[in-house]
Design a protein around this ligand. Structure first.
Ligand code: OSB
Ligand code: MG
Length: 368
């Protein structure tokens, strides 16, 4: 399966609503699309790195540099038959998981298209419908949050996640819980707290939350052990987990009881499945996190979510929650709170090249 050509395109889409977390605020999303020609087929991938280094160290520009100057040259013209062989071709590159995930996804898509199998089939997924939750950013007023929660509950979404930060935490969660006593509710701090905030974090135990996501530092698992021991609510790690080995260690020391798996944060679908396997073997439930993916990355998230250990609702909402017009057909939409796993070959969606060109910021081709 020789890779003959790789096209990289930076694409920007406006968000339908500003998204604010403890670490950043966004009005649009810029991701890199990776198109590969290999083995007589075309595969597409999405590099979902944020534009700024406020969630993780990577940015669109670091991914561009790593893809263009290291990953693409490492695989161009080379033969591979399995994803293990593909990943070995760029095995010398340390870190840079978001960049790797974009290229690897395109190769999974090509592999599936050539084999006539869907990505979910290739991964060994069993589920066909994914229960969908929404992630809500920080707002100016709790009332704005109520409006959004009403809207998404009306649309059928089955779980609400609230972003929290110092000053937008216990009082907000209390009001939401009072207003909606029975909804499945969880919070995400994006690493905004330290153990000095233990008293605040303990108060969150009063609200029957499904979990508290990444309360402490992005690179910590040790302090999370102390926090988890002090809380009844399960701690869920996001930013801290970059590999199946990270997951194993965090679980073994008791840093969390749940893990959020993001395909891009762990460097691709192969490692995402490995994280899943580590968690499943240890009885740790997982769910699929999101990075505001366009349709290509969203389709990959759905495929990985079909694995049996994804027992909690994910952050995979319909793309219409974020984008007026997505880049793929058919659009990925939630119906009565769940989204179908694409069953067509490869990622199971077709990128619309005209729309991609219309929103493109920069392009680069190697080979061809
Ligand atoms: O921490 O889960 C996060 C978006 C960008 C960066 C980090 C996160 C998020 C989300 C949105 O919570 C998830 C989504 O709907 O894609
Ligand atoms: Mg998170």
């Amino acid at each position: 399966m020789r890779i003959d050509r790789i096209d990289l395109t930076i694409v920007r889409l406006p968000l339908v609503r500003t998204f604010r977390t403890s670490s950043s605020s966004k009005d649009d999303i810029t991701h890199i699309l990776v198109r590969v020609e290999a083995g007589g087929v075309v595969g597409w991938g999405e590099c979902a790195s944020p534009a700024d280094p406020y969630y993780c160290p990577e940015t669109v520009e670091t991914c561009w540099h790593i893809l263009k100057d290291f990953l693409a040259p490492s695989v161009l013209g080379r033969e591979w038959e399995t994803i293990d062989e593909l990943v070995a071709l760029y095995g010398r590159v340390k870190g840079n998981n978001f960049a790797k995930a974009g290229l690897e996804m395109a190769c999974w898509d090509a592999l599936g298209r050539r084999a006539g199998k869907s990505l979910a089939e290739l991964l060994g997924g069993t589920r066909t419908e994914i229960v969908s939750g929404v992630s809500l950013g920080i707002e100016r007023e709790v009332e704005a949050l109520f409006g959004l929660i009403d809207q998404y509950l009306d649309e059928g979404y089955r779980r609400i996640k609230l972003k929290i930060a110092p000053g937008w935490d216990v009082a907000v969660v209390r009001r939401v819980r009072e207003q909606y006593p029975d909804i499945a509710l969880q919070v995400d701090a994006n690493s905004a707290y330290t153990l000095d905030d233990l008293d605040t974090l303990k108060q969150l135990d009063d609200f029957q939350l499904l979990l508290i996501e990444q309360p402490l530092a992005h690179d910590d698992i040790i302090d999370h052990v102390r926090l988890q021991a002090a809380l009844k609510t399960p701690v869920c790690l996001d930013e801290s987990i970059h590999s199946a080995e990270d997951a194993r260690k965090a679980i073994e020391i008791g840093a969390c009881r749940v893990i959020n798996i993001k395909v891009s944060r762990v460097g691709g679908l192969r490692e995402a499945k490995r994280v899943h396997d580590v968690c499943l073997a240890r009885g740790i439930p997982v769910w699929c996190g999101g990075m505001h993916e366009f349709g290509i990355g969203r389709a990959a998230n759905l495929a990985v979510s079909s694995l049996p250990g994804f027992t909690l609702p994910g952050d995979i909402s319909g793309s219409d929650k974020y984008y007026r017009e997505d880049l793929v057909e058919p659009p990925l939409l939630a119906i009565r709170g769940s989204i179908s796993v694409p069953d067509q070959i490869g990622l199971g969606v077709t990128p619309d090249e005209e729309r991609i060109q219309r929103h493109a910021q920069r392009a680069f081709t190697v080979g061809g």
